[in-house]
Design a protein around this ligand. Structure first.
Ligand SMILES: C[S@@+](CC[C@H](N)C(=O)[O-])C[C@H]1O[C@@H](n2cnc3c(N)ncnc32)[C@H](O)[C@@H]1O
Length: 263
């Protein structure tokens, strides 16, 4: 019988409090890495100050707070399974809801903008979730979904990174995540009657000294990586050494963002 790694991600379980610091590091690393890419996409939409927005799987909340700043006359709802790292900041029109979005419902036509990042890949029934979210849009409202697309681990130019990414991709797969589903998003948006469907990509960065975004992502799931039996403590120590090399740089993943509008 093969041993399954223990679930390690807050997307399907509440982590013990001694994992809280790792989770905060992971969420903040994500925000540092992609917030500019995300806000450039959102800035391309005709956002009105009166818009009502929904941020799904809000994490540490940077995009929810950005939306609240852009829509001071509207309302922003930020929902997450685990709201320990989520705060509204000064915005009184930003409401935090702790809920499992797969069981949560909103009235049809409630939101002018719905955004999610790195959420759908973890959800069971992710295709149906697109349809549900599209139904919550008001006429003219936008759905913006951003998800990871793993590049093949075996094509890394570093044998060590091939091993580490093989383990990383394995544990996410074992947890039910699909890190290639992102490619189907434009088709799914169109299939759900959204128009003006568009998409963009953002390549991830591992290495490059202080530009590295992946140390917190790898170390945040280190126990599960080790439990997979695919890497060892020595591999993780060598990874930390490699990160000190100014010549070390790799592209482990890309983010695909896709958006569409309810007619
Ligand atoms: C990888 S984090 C991304 C956080 C944030 N969207 C960002 O990009 O900065 C995924 C987030 O989705 C949340 N999440 C996972 N499954 C969820 C569910 N079924 N309902 C609500 N939130 C969920 C997790 O708790 C976590 O905060």
């Amino acid at each position: 019988m093969t041993q399954q790694p223990a679930p390690t991600h807050s997307y399907n379980t509440r982590r013990p409090s001694n994992d809280a610091a790792h989770e905060r590091d992971r969420l903040e690393s994500i925000q540092r890495s992609v917030d500019t890419f995300t806000t450039n996409i959102l800035d391309g939409l005709p956002i009105q100050t009166s818009w009502n927005c929904l941020e799904l799987g809000a994490g540490a909340g940077s995009i929810a707070r950005w939306l609240a700043a852009r829509c001071p006359d509207g309302r922003v709802v930020a929902v997450d399974l685990d709201t320990r790292h989520l705060n509204a900041g000064p915005a009184t029109h930003l409401e935090i809801q702790e809920a499992d979005i797969t069981h949560k419902d909103y009235a049809p036509g409630t939101f002018d903008l719905i955004h999610a990042r790195y959420l759908f890949c973890h959800l069971p029934g992710r295709d149906e979730m697109i349809a549900r979210a599209a139904g919550w849009l008001s006429p003219g409202g936008w759905l913006v979904i951003e998800e990871p697309y793993d590049l093949p681990a075996a094509t890394s130019p570093y044998p060590l990174i091939q091993r580490i990414l093989t383990a990383y991709q394995h544990i996410y797969r074992e947890n039910g995540a699909d890190m290639t589903w992102a490619r189907s998003m434009p088709a799914l948006l169109a299939r759900n009657a959204l128009t003006e469907v568009a998409y963009a990509g953002n390549l991830g960065r591992m290495g490059g000294l202080e530009k590295d975004r992946w140390r917190p992502l790898i170390h945040g799931v280190a126990p599960a990586l080790l439990a997979s039996g695919l890497i060892t403590d020595t591999d993780l120590a060598e990874f930390d050494e490699l990160l000190k090399d100014p010549a070390f740089i790799d592209i482990p993943q890309m983010t695909i963002s896709a958006w569409g509008r309810r007619p």
